[in-house]
Design a protein around this ligand. Structure first.
Ligand code: FAD
Length: 558
């Protein structure tokens, strides 16, 4: 490293900042590295906070991945907690910091400055927003306050049905509270498509969580014993405490005041090496605007994985010697790969959702639904995974995937996420060689099956019908499930010929009219599609069958 960059100052000592500091030390033993955090802790597990509230994590100490002492002893990194960075003087290359305990203000000079101040929880300017009993969760002290409030509470309203809102709802319920969720979107877990989120909504209700979807909070009022939450539907929810989990704003104040370039939707503008518009300043984590890996759009996607990777990349870039190597890392963009488990139901996603693609007016994409078991059906305990895989119809490039189920969900989405990062196509999923023993998977893993179904479509072997056009198609809907399954529930207009009888009943089918095939999950309809195509019928397949239809219908009513 050049002498002119010997002093590295880092603002924020959690995911991005701590990662950057430790990496910088591993690369440069001679640098002076100082981390400032206004909170009392660094390197704590914010992702574990909901579980600390719910007593799944029982000791607060376990949330501390590293302490200032460990940073000092192991890495020779100085950590200043309860020290807020107030101002950046870019011309003088120094920052003004304030010791929160003593009020002392001092100046610290830098050769390289890294900003990792994260994001702050959104508190919208609603009537009553500052009333006691309305909490956000970002820090250990926040979770401590919530834990204390929970001791005296019987009920809670969680505002926001995304990842953090749902994790909080689960943990508050675990503590015995009656929990309601108010979510402005018409579904929980907005990153998922509605039909993929609908099993989760049902599961939340089964676990006694009340859902108010498509409703926003209009304000809060104090009552004798607690709070009233008013919603846009004139509902009044009486509660003991409120958790606000409606998203975050990047902490850009320092950067803005210093005149660093800020992106259109907020978030510090950085390049692939996490450099800001100032050659001596880098920025990482929730505070930066990132490129969507799939579509190239600039976005704010606050996730721990990207923050950690960006911290490492910034350190590599700061340590000049690393820049010259061919293997210098560069941030590739964010896919939004995320996972969440609520009351034993896991949902995971990577890449773009169908609704995002529609908003982008993306013309050439298709999706397949499938519901395979997490492992071989003959081995006891197989549980279904509901999957949706979205791909472009030009080359079959993977655009996104979502999955919901009890077992094996994250593994499948992880495989697809990595495939997407390698610009893989559905044809690559078809050929992926994955672990198989009966208790772990199947000889055709759900990932292979997703690739096979999508590839079959692109090769013309499995034309797909559009579920959205079901209500106004002239096609004959042919259900090839057994009579008994059909009787349990079917589309009003459907004709039932069980697959096993199809060859002998071809004369009952119209030779000129399009036929849309469906079954329970899509497999028998696929066999029927092949059979009928080879008998010169015009057929299409309703991907995912009855199970997908039920999920689509449920999404309309949640
Ligand atoms: P942070 O980790 O938030 O760190 C920023 C630090 O900077 C803070 O400690 C703050 O005090 C300090 N700071 C800010 N301004 C100043 C200043 N002026 N001076 C000094 N210090 C300052 N992501 C996942 O991928 N998976 C999950 O399961 C997950 N769960 C989460 C659960 C919760 C409850 C929360 C809150 C977040 C969760 N996240 C999760 C998101 C993830 O934690 C963040 O994306 C990640 O921590 C961002 O890292 P960061 O370094 O940008 O900011």
């Amino acid at each position: 490293m050049k002498e002119t960059r010997r002093r590295i100052l880092i603002v924020g000592g959690v995911a991005g900042g701590a990662s950057c500091a430790a990496r910088a030390r591993r690369l440069c033993e001679r640098c002076e590295i100082v981390v400032f955090d206004r909170g009392p802790y660094v390197s704590f597990a914010n992702c574990g906070l909901p579980y600390y509230v719910g007593d799944v994590i029982t000791e607060e100490q376990k949330l501390l991945v590293a302490t200032p002492q460990l940073f000092k002893e192991r890495f020779n990194i100085q950590v200043c907690v309860e020290t807020e960075v107030l101002r950046i003087d870019r011309a003088a290359q120094n920052i003004e910091v304030r010791n929160i305990r003593t009020g002392e203000i001092r100046t610290e000079s830098y050769d390289a400055l890294v900003l990792s101040p994260g994001a702050r929880a959104i508190r919208p300017p609603l009537p009553g927003i500052d009333l006691p009993g309305i909490h956000v969760i970002r820090t250990i002290p926040d979770s401590r306050r919530i834990k204390k409030a929970v001791e005296k509470a019987e009920s809670a309203v969680v505002v926001g049905g995304g990842f953090i809102g749902l994790e909080m709802a689960e943990n508050l319920a675990r503590k015995g509270l009656t929990v309601s969720i108010v979510e402005m979107a018409p579904q929980v877990m907005p990153p998922l498509d509605p039909e993929m989120a609908s099993p989760l909504a049902a599961h939340l209700r089964e676990n006694k969580i009340k859902l108010y979807l498509g409703e926003s909070v209009a304000g809060f009022a104090k009552t004798d014993g607690g709070l009233t939450v008013m919603t846009s539907d004139d509902r009044k929810l009486e509660t003991d405490l409120v958790i606000l989990a409606i998203g975050v704003h990047p902490e850009t104040q320092l950067a803005t005041e210093a005149g660093l370039e800020i992106g259109k939707r907020g978030g510090i503008q950085v390049d692939g090496f996490m450099r800001t518009s100032d050659p001596h300043i880098w920025a990482v984590g929730d505070v930066v605007r990132v490129k969507d890996f799939i579509c190239g759009e600039e976005k704010l996607i606050p996730l721990a994985g990207p923050a950690n990777r960006q911290g490492r990349i910034a350190a590599d870039d700061i340590i000049a010697s690393r820049k010259t190597t061919a293997a210098s890392p560069r941030f590739r963009g964010v896919q939004g790969t995320a996972v969440c488990d609520i009351f034993g139901l896991t949902m995971a996603t990577t890449g773009l959702s169908e609704k995002t693609l529609r908003l982008m007016a993306h013309a050439n994409f298709e999706k397949v639904y499938l519901h395979p078991g997490n492992h071989a059906a003959y081995f006891p305990g197989a549980r279904p995974i509901h999957m949706k895989v979205i791909f472009d119809t030009v080359k079959g490039r993977l655009l996104g995937a979502q999955a919901v189920g009890e077992e094996g969900v994250a593994r499948r989405i992880d495989v697809i996420a990595m495939a997407m990062q390698m610009h893989a196509t559905v044809f690559d999923l078809e050929e992926a060689e994955l672990c198989y023993a009966p208790q772990f998977g199947a000889a055709k893993d759900p990932v292979n099956l997703a690739g096979m179904v999508a590839s079959n479509h692109l090769r013309g072997d499995l034309p797909l019908a559009d579920w959205d056009k079901l209500s106004n198609t002239d096609a004959l809907i042919l259900d090839v499930r057994s009579n008994a399954e059909f009787e349990q529930g079917h589309l009003d207009e459907a004709k039932n010929i069980p697959l096993e009888q199809l060859r002998s009943r071809l004369t009952e089918l119209p030779p000129k009219r399009e036929i849309w095939l469906m079954c329970g999950v899509g497999q028998r309809a696929y066999y029927a599609t092949r059979l009928l195509l080879q008998n010169d019928f015009q057929v299409k397949n309703l991907s995912g069958g009855w199970q997908t239809f039920c999920a689509l219908e449920a999404a309309k009513t949640t």
